[in-house]
Ligand binder design. Structure first.
Ligand code: UDP
Length: 313
């Protein structure tokens, strides 16, 4: 039966994808699973690897080019018989892999897409059937449009070749192992408060984000991969904060003496962002457990260790 997809009143019929072969389905009930995690030395990737390695039926291969990831995040698995780490750029690997993917039809691929596909959203909170409001030529476009086309290609492979796909749209995520100086808001504010440097709220400061703790994110990704639904599905914490509220929270919890200053913003910064997780709850039985105020101290501990700055009494 053709499936109806709605977007603000426009109804579009899509052809159903080819039926997955029974042989392929059987493969997923086999005892051992070999899982390739691209970007597995990064922040979310390495936490995903930790979780996957807990299951002794899993063999985990990580491919990373270390542009933003670090071997340090995986040190605990070096030498483990079920773990392998390969330094490689994904783009060239993808080319070789794609032939194998078509040849065996035996794999399931999860794409970690992003809430950025919604751009500067005109629908709030964002539901998966909202098509987004994205500037195609702005400074953020390479990321936003890159992820949008990745979703498109995933669905084309799914429809044309019956490849089993899963698409997660992940919202802002935070936790231990975030890069200290990569400019993301939670890592910036925490590092600034710990170093006793002014906390830089980019104007207007009323823009909102919803922050998901990394262990919740990993749990959602694994449930999606193990479940029967292709997605796209939102994975994020619906607790929504303005950047000024976040700065005040960090100040109160980490360094009550720190200054909060306002600074210029970059163009096209989304004004609001909050996941609608109705579908996620229904289909994956998932919802986040860790509130921002419980997650910040866990991340603070990790940042203090890496920065070598102890908490003042
Ligand atoms: N932001 C801020 N101060 C900073 C870094 C970021 O106020 O030092 C704001 C930024 O303008 C944006 C929000 O925090 O509105 C989230 O930025 P981030 O880069 O972490 O995530 P994204 O914009 O990709 O959701």
């Amino acid at each position: 039966m053709a499936k109806e997809v709605s977007n603000g009143g426009n109804h579009v019929s899509t052809k159903p994808p080819p039926e997955p072969s029974p042989l392929r389905r059987a493969k997923f009930f086999q005892a051992n699973m070999r899982i390739l995690v691209t970007g597995g030395a990064g922040f979310i990737g390495s936490h995903l690897v930790d979780k996957l390695m807990e299951n002794e039926k899993n063999e985990v291969i990580v491919v990373d080019n270390y542009f933003t990831g670090s071997k340090d995040n995986l040190r605990q698995w070096f030498g483990h018989p079920r773990f392998e780490l390969i330094r490689h750029g994904w783009y060239s690997l993808q080319f070789h892999q794609s032939k194998e993917i078509l040849a065996y039809h035996l794999i399931r691929i999860l794409l970690t897409s992003t809430s950025e596909v919604y751009g500067d959203p005109l629908v709030h909170p964002q539901t998966e059937d909202y098509w987004g409001n994205v500037n195609p030529i702005g400074v953020r476009s390479c990321y936003d449009e890159g992820k949008r086309v990745a979703e498109t290609l995933m669905f084309d492979y799914h429809r044309q070749h019956g490849i089993e796909i899963r698409i997660a749209r992940i919202f802002n995520t935070y936790g231990p192992r975030m890069n200290i100086d990569d400019g993301r808001v939670v890592s910036n504010f925490l590092a600034q408060a710990i170093r006793d440097e002014p906390v830089t709220v980019q104007l207007p400061g009323t823009q909102t984000r919803s922050f998901c703790y990394v262990s919740d994110m990993v749990d959602g990704l694994i449930r999606l991969m193990e479940g029967e639904n292709t997605g796209p599905i939102n994975i994020g914490n619906p607790g929504e904060f303005t950047m000024l509220e976040l700065a005040e929270t960090v100040k109160e919890m980490i360094n009550p003496d720190v200054k909060i200053v306002t600074v210029e913003n970059t163009p096209d910064d989304p004004r609001q962002r909050k996941p609608d997780i109705t579908k996620t709850k229904e289909l994956l039985g998932w919802e986040p457990k860790i509130k921002l105020r419980d997650g910040i101290p866990l991340m603070e501990e990790d940042f203090r260790k890496r920065l070598g700055i102890l908490k003042k009494n």
